[in-house]
Design a protein around this ligand. Structure first.
Ligand code: NAD
Length: 311
């Protein structure tokens, strides 16, 4: 199977590397010239659960795709705000049979993917794998994870199950979900609380959890997500989701971790995915006539911080 990873940062590199080691024909596509050149010249370097390795993976700059050889599967792993431009640039690789799997964090990416790919070829999912980009051409890949995915098009369940098997055969631990929008909203509640709050408050998740107002802020934001989700027919179990979010506070597990938005904005002065997490809830809330004041405010705070830091 010919697999294209569109967006080969931390997560795209993880999936590309694991699928390559699993024996698939993998090509990376990315938009960061320094990263692309480094991998072209020296291979993809990875600290893979403590083992230093180099993988000889083909990579192309997305603005410079020379081949129009079609691909069987595209896995999208840009940041949310890079997704539309990536799909535009990889159009030459998309054939009638090409399946597209979107695993970005956030809500509503299918609205963008649908502009380029027929519904029956679109699959969306959610992953618990993590990855870190240490610099151009170098990733740090630790721990275990999983993937859930589902077809958007009617009657494509068997294809979704087959795609999950392709990922699992390379150790990515993927499963078919019959309710992927629930999982996506549930994970978005984690990102919609930990990311923005830790970034603005300049703390890790345990630090946030140790503050007195943390529970009320988390509960209010989760309730805003749940109200919007219910309008779309997704009924979150709010107490369970709040408890799930608050597991992040535990310093014995992941509490000492700074969320990716913190690393993007505070450490690296890069733009964030806020418009596709809390910002998506704000937009949908306005569309459905639902009040989402905490998501509105958090989105504005992050945008102000992006401007202050000249992200
Ligand atoms: P990433 O920032 O590592 O890579 C995304 C893109 O940004 C890539 O094209 C990369 O080359 C580019 N990029 C990275 N650093 C850059 C720099 N300094 N200058 C210019 N370009 C740069 O993003 P990611 O962590 O792989 O995330 C991809 C998607 O997966 C996002 O939606 C994210 O929320 C989600 N996700 C991430 C993780 C994780 O642990 N990293 C886990 C689950 C989901």
């Amino acid at each position: 199977m010919k697999i294209t990873i569109a967006g080969a940062g931390a997560m795209g590199s993880r999936f590309g590397l694991m699928l390559h080691r699993g024996g698939n024909d993998v090509t990376l596509i990315d938009g960061w010239p320094a990263h692309v050149n480094e991998i072209k010249e020296h291979g993809l370097k990875a600290n893979y659960n403590g083992e230093e390795l180099t993988a000889d993976l083909p990579i192309e700059l997305q603005s410079d795709i020379s081949s129009d050889e079609k691909t069987d599967l595209i896995i999208l792993f840009t940041k949310a705000m890079q997704l539309d431009a990536m799909l535009q640039d990889i159009k030459p690789l998309i054939a009638d049979h090409t399946k597209v799997l979107c695993l970005l964090n956030g809500i509503g990416h299918e609205d963008i993917v649908e502009k380029y790919v027929p519904m029956e070829n679109i699959f969306i999912g959610n992953t618990m794998w993590t990855a870190g980009l240490e610099g151009p051409g170098k990733v740090k890949l630790f721990g275990d994870g999983s993937v859930e995915l589902q077809n958007l098009g009617h009657g494509q369940e068997e294809t979704a199950i087959a795609l999950a098997k392709v990922l699992s055969d390379s150790g990515l631990n993927a499963a078919y979900s019959d309710n992927i929008h629930y999982s996506i909203y549930r994970k978005a509640c984690v990102n919609g609380t930990m990311n923005g709050l830790c970034t603005i408050l300049d703390t890790n998740m345990a630090g946030l959890g140790a503050t007195q107002p943390a529970h009320e802020m988390v509960a209010t934001i989760v309730n805003e997500f749940a109200t919007v989700a219910a309008h779309e027919g997704v009924h979150l179990d709010v107490p369970e989701v709040i408890a799930h979010v608050e597991e992040c506070f535990d310093p014995e597990t992941i509490g000492l971790h700074y969320p990716s938005m913190y690393q993007d904005l505070i450490t690296n002065h890069r733009l964030t995915e806020i418009d596709y997490i809390n910002g998506a809830i704000s937009r949908k809330g306005k569309k459905y006539g639902l009040a989402t004041p905490y998501c509105d405010f958090l989105t504005q705070l992050i945008h102000s911080k992006e401007e202050i830091l000249k992200a």
